[in-house]
Design a protein around this ligand. Structure first.
Ligand code: PSU
Ligand code: MN
Length: 304
């Protein structure tokens, strides 16, 4: 194993025994949710993975050390840091954070890279990055990473703050299968159905696991996207979500917010505009995806 990566004893033991492990990211802790909701949610996601019978492995960079299986006390410490003081690490940022000995959070792309280095095949999060509305050259590194790193990402699609049709086009170009877990259409984060068709619908964790195993057997070099709609009771009415997103995106542009600051700004502003409803949906889908990721990882571990 690469000596740049520290793996917790629990995760190490699970990997050695070919048990189910689910990677979890840290950007949603440092940039996606406010304190203390971020810490509570990260711990609730770990608990949901465990309840499904798998071992959670939260990934972050702690004082320059790439860490797989961040402890609860480190999650608490990261979650309480002012978000501007923590680097949001995608592929390009990883060597900077490590080289400079920083505390840093991994995005979907960053977490996929580390999960793959550690031998973890399933990763659960909220939403992947995508192509930004009105800025078709702002393509999240998450999409490119999905095209080149063989990890299955369980999520609620891409945030509806993005241009979803263009996001699907880029995923197609990158060769990434997009599966729906009990759905024929792409979920759009706060809402269950974007109306956009995807590649296949799987009804069970076992079916999802079969596709991950098949990709591995044919030595596919790319990831797989497994999309799970937000639970029905937690869904936002799509007109409410749409209106808030539209306004938040316009405000971001007007304030000159760009690059990796856009997503955290818009998530926060949408929550203000919906009086916290969007944040409740976000937390609910995160925990549900962690649970589902756990079930898929368990099914995959049974296939060898
Ligand atoms: N899911 C959430 N909240 C988040 C994210 C995912 O519920 O904050 C993060 C992920 O780390 C993802 C990032 O990689 O948002 C996308 O950022 P960008 O659009 O800048 O690529
Ligand atoms: Mn972006």
């Amino acid at each position: 194993m690469n000596d740049m990566v520290t793996i917790s004893p629990e995760v190490q033991a699970a990997l050695a025994e070919h048990k189910a492990v689910v990677a979890l990211e840290s950007t949603l802790i440092t940039h996606g949710l406010p304190y203390p909701t971020n810490v509570e949610t990260a711990l609730a996601m770990e608990a949901a993975v465990r309840k499904s019978g798998a071992v959670p492995a939260t990934i972050a960079i702690l004082k320059g050390k790439i860490t797989v299986g961040v402890s609860a006390s480190e999650i608490e410490r990261l979650g309480a840091l002012p978000y501007s003081s923590v680097r949001k690490c995608s592929r390009r940022d990883l060597p900077i954070a490590v080289g400079m000995g920083e505390d840093a959070a991994t995005t979907v792309a960053g977490t996929m890279i580390v999960a793959h280095m550690a031998g973890i095949r399933v990763f659960a999060t909220g939403g992947i990055g995508g192509v930004h509305r009105g800025a078709p050259f702002d393509v999240s590194a998450d999409l490119i990473e999905l095209g080149r790193t063989p990890v299955a990402v369980v999520c609620s699609g891409a945030k509806s703050i993005l241009d979803l049709p263009l996001t699907l086009e880029v995923l197609e170009t990158q060769g990434v299968p997009v599966l729906g877990f009990g759905t024929e259409t792409l979920p759009s984060f706060y809402t269950r159905n974007s109306g956009l068709p995807i590649d296949a619908c799987v009804e069970t964790p076992e079916q999802a696991a079969q596709i991950i195993a098949a990709a591995q057997k044919i030595e596919a070099k790319h990831g797989i996207l497994i999309t799970v709609p937000v639970p029905e009771v937690d869904e936002l009415p799509s007109a409410t979500a749409e209106k808030a997103i539209q306004q938040a995106t316009e405000e971001a542009a007007a304030q000159g917010i760009h690059g990796k600051a856009v997503t955290p700004f818009v998530l926060n502003r949408v929550s203000e505009l919906t009086e916290g409803e969007s944040r409740r949906a976000n937390v609910a889908l995160l925990v549900n995806n962690a649970r589902t990721g756990g079930l898929i990882a368990v099914a995959l571990s049974k296939l060898g």
